[in-house]
Design a protein around this ligand. Structure first.
Ligand code: FES
Length: 107
């Protein structure tokens, strides 16, 4: 069953910025770009780098280690979309930013 986790207020993440939230054992990187919010695992599927500090451009974040680019719209590697990192829907409710994650809290 999906759960929604409040990750902050809309004003907590400036446009072009990101933050990492830990939910259970999972680190999720939440990005704001062009006024929209996106959430993906803060884990590059190549060798495990944190993606939250990567450069964001044209709807993709670039991994800081070896420069693979991941689409914020679905977590897919832009060069080979069969490779993905986790992607999660984001909801803005009032001024809260909520990330929708599968499973129970702590999973
Ligand atoms: S660890 Fe991300 S591209 Fe290598």
């Amino acid at each position: 069953m999906a759960q929604r986790v409040v990750v902050g207020k809309v004003g907590d993440i400036p446009d072009g910025g990101s933050r990492v939230v830990t939910v259970g054992k999972k680190d999720v990187a939440v990005f704001r770009t062009g006024g929209a919010f996106h959430a993906i695992d803060d884990l590059c599927p190549h060798m495990g780098a944190s993606l939250s500090g990567g450069h964001v451009e044209d709807g993709c974040v670039t991994c800081p280690w070896h420069y693979w680019r991941f689409r914020l719209s679905d977590g897919a590697w832009a060069d080979s979309p069969r490779v993905k990192t986790g992607w999660y829907p984001v909801h803005v409710v009032g001024d809260e930013v909520q990330v929708e994650l599968p499973g129970e809290p702590g999973a």
